[in-house]
Design a protein around this ligand. Structure first.
Ligand code: GTP
Ligand code: MG
Length: 217
């Protein structure tokens, strides 16, 4: 193959990768705007927001490549788009468990979003104790000459679930997937404690609400 042809191919690949990552960034921006609107509405009109904070991230090209190799997929841009559903990720942290389902419902009602999948790891926690609500949604991104459907992974969890998941992630990363048995047991216990705290805080919150209601606030 002539070197000029190879340079042309590389330029084309760079263009495709830039476009792909741009689309995911735009899709994330759209969802973040939606969440911000909900947050502002709640704060302004209800004096309470079910959304504590949000954090977004785009998978790095290295991490996309690593996942493609791990999943034994051929390296093409269409395969990436079809198979790697978590290139754009948004994590929403809520105070209480019912807030999670509220946010889920509010997003499901938005008819420009197409919900592809919901995994409820709160109702059915993972064996290690992981809890969160996962949604995969397609967002339309309007470009100059086309509309692209772009997939975003949304994780909704409480502060306690988030606290647990970030520690578990760090431990998993540190031990490179061979975590000592004892540590796994302690992590599972910690996940159950986090869940008890969530339930307890939820009860307290409801009690306080009832008192406020009785006082006519
Ligand atoms: P991949 O694992 O990303 O290929 O997708 P999947 O189909 O297994 O999706 P799943 O919904 O189970 O997990 C997607 C994401 O949720 C992960 O990339 C993590 O960010 C998070 N997650 C899932 N399980 C765990 C867990 O056990 N611990 C922690 N800390 N995070 C998890
Ligand atoms: Mg997984």
């Amino acid at each position: 193959m002539g070197s000029e042809l190879r340079i042309e191919q590389l330029k084309q690949m760079k263009y495709e990768l830039t476009k792909l990552l741009l689309l995911y960034r735009c899709a994330l921006d759209e969802i973040e705007t939606k969440i911000n609107i909900l947050k502002q509405e709640f704060q302004a009109l209800h004096d309470y927001s079910p959304i504590e904070h949000t954090k977004s991230r785009i998978k790095t090209p290295e991490s996309i490549l690593e996942k493609m190799i791990r999943k034994n997929l051929d390296l093409s841009f269409s395969t990436i788009k079809e198979n790697i559903k978590d290139i754009a990720g948004l994590r929403i942290t809520c105070s209480f468990i019912p807030d999670i389902y509220n946010v889920q419902e509010m997003l499901m009602k938005q008819n420009d979003l197409e919900v592809l999948e919901i995994k409820d790891y709160i109702e059915s926690p993972k064996p290690n104790g992981y809890r969160s609500l996962h949604m995969l949604v397609n967002v339309p991104v309007f470009m100059s000459d086309s509309v692209e459907k772009v997939c975003v992974e949304i994780q909704i969890r409480t502060i306690a679930m988030d606290f647990w998941a970030s520690l578990e992630h760090k431990i998993f990363y540190k031990y490179r997937q061979t975590v000592p048995e004892q540590l796994l047991k302690e992590l599972k216990n910690a996940a159950e404690s986090a869940h008890s705290l969530d339930l307890q805080m939820g009860d307290l919150h409801r009690e306080i609400d009832e008192i406020k209601h009785m006082q006519g606030e």
